[in-house]
Design a protein around this ligand. Structure first.
Ligand code: ATP
Ligand code: MG
Length: 438
């Protein structure tokens, strides 16, 4: 991608209403534009990162056995009347009337719709377990949309819904999502800690929020330091028997403000390991049994031929919120530092003198070689000053910067910089390419 032909409207300064660093940097890096309170247009650079995050989420869902579909954003109010949530949901729900006076709503979540799809087709326990997920825009008319994409009104969510014959089997589905989440966030370079969450009237212990620790997090959290340091389980697992793995991660104390109990925290956790911090909720998993299947009559025939209500769980990831969380966790004074896995480009090639034919030819050659190796390349072929080019490259946080100018070229070298560490080397092009594809 040639920067001169791209659309990267960077800003020198962030608007004053952007309070936290991720929001400021996303605006300055030309990733998003606010169209209304909590509603954003995704500009090309932002969209690239959103798609990368989405794809990691998708791959880990599929690995855990979930099946992707796509449900619409608009839903019929009558479906929500069946579960009783149409009236219960309150002012966060955006209610819409069509030309036939039919009541619709912009979905804040999809339990009712997925239950409706399930009951229309699945009649026997033999079709279970089933986990259906989609990655779709949601709308919640938040009282205080703020912090950019972190608390938007329109936001992208991955939501999965599991269906099982009984609670014991539902727990296995829950565990698969629990582990998928650990792997998902780790692939994005994040440490997300599972914390006990409120199960409300349903009770039980099967609800966890996945929390990224960050000073700007909206909720206070308390946990055992050792839990934060536990590595992700990885993919090579017995997906039917994850209980020990989940137990190892739920045995240690970890709770958000609402669930926190100071006495238990202190008795369970040695003083040196007690961590009080702030956190961002990037995911939430929840077993809720027959809450929807009972009123909506989602029943299957069990092994004895008797119909039973299915046991369900739902599993959300804040796909667009994750972008803010990743930036909160990974930036410096110069701008964003993307983890390789979610970076909008792999490398930016910086041409220090576009008027010099030899330099431009060397850049073209470098870009062609990198592309042939499967790299996503942003080529800064603009006639901006070198200082401005370096500042832009740092701001947008592409993991590698490959700079080619007349002086280096005369000496047969290019400069390769790693954004995360600032480390620079002057080496021949072939060696630079070797390093950044290693
Ligand atoms: P919160 O407590 O932050 O309001 P929630 O508990 O209402 O979130 P869930 O219903 O659990 O959210 O939704 C699943 C995930 O969607 C959350 O873990 C979060 O990452 C994301 N999410 C929820 N609300 C928003 C929002 N307004 N903007 C961006 N992401 C959101
Ligand atoms: Mg939640």
């Amino acid at each position: 991608m040639r920067l001169s032909r791209y659309f990267l409207p960077t800003l020198k300064e962030a608007p004053s209403d952007a309070q936290i660093v991720s929001h400021q940097l996303m605006l300055r890096a030309g990733m998003i534009r606010q169209e209304a309170a909590g509603i954003y247009a995704w500009l090309p650079l932002g969209l690239r990162v959103l798609r990368k995050i989405e794809q990691i989420v998708r791959e880990e869902q599929v690995r855990a056995g979930a099946v992707e579909l796509l449900m619409p954003t608009l839903q019929l109010a009558d479906l929500w009347r069946e579960s009783g949530r149409y009236d219960a949901y309150g002012p966060e729900m955006l209610r819409i009337t069509d030309r036939h006076e039919r009541e619709l709503l912009y979905g804040p979540t999809n339990e009712e719709m997925v239950t409706d799809i399930f009951r229309a087709y699945v009649k026997s326990y033999k079709s279970l377990p089933l986990n259906l997920f989609h990655i779709q825009w949601k709308f919640r008319d938040e009282r205080r949309p703020r912090f950019g994409v972190m608390r938007g009104r329109e936001f992208l969510m991955k939501d999965a819904y599991s269906f099982d014959l009984d609670e014991a089997l539902a727990r296995k589905s829950y565990n698969r999502m629990f582990v998928a989440y650990l792997n998902t966030f780790a692939r994005m370079g994040l440490k997300a800690v599972p914390m006990r969450a409120d199960t409300g009237p349903i009770g039980g212990d099967l609800s966890h929020e996945f929390i990224v620790l960050a000073e700007t997090g909206e909720s206070a959290v308390f946990c055992d330091r050792k839990l934060v340091e536990m590595p992700a389980p990885g993919a090579d697992l017995d997906w039917d028997d994850l209980q020990a793995l989940v137990d190892a991660r739920t045995a240690m104390y970890a709770a958000t403000e609402e669930m926190h109990d100071a006495a238990t925290f202190e008795s369970q956790t040695p003083e040196a390991d007690r961590l009080s911090a702030r956190g961002i909720e990037v995911g939430h998993i929840f077993y809720f049994g027959e809450k929807y299947s009972a009123p909506m009559k989602a029943r299957v025939a069990g092994p004895d031929g008797q119909d039973v209500n299915v046991h369900m769980g739902s599993y959300g990831v804040g796909v667009s919120r994750l972008m803010g969380a990743i930036i909160e966790a990974s930036h410096d004074a110069g701008g964003i530092i993307w983890p390789d896995a979610v970076a909008p480009f792999d490398v930016v090639v910086i041409n220090l003198r576009v008027s010099d034919e030899a330099v431009s030819a060397a850049c073209d050659n470098a870009v062609a070689q990198l592309k042939a190796l499967g790299k996503d390349v942003l080529y800064d072929d603009t006639d901006e000053r070198p200082g401005g080019k370096f500042a832009t490259a740092d701001l947008i946080g592409v993991p590698w910067q490959l700079t080619i100018g007349p002086k280096g070229l005369a000496d047969g070298v290019v400069e390769l910089k790693r954004r995360a560490t600032g480390e620079k080397v002057s080496v021949p092009l072939a060696e630079a390419i070797e390093r950044l594809t290693a």
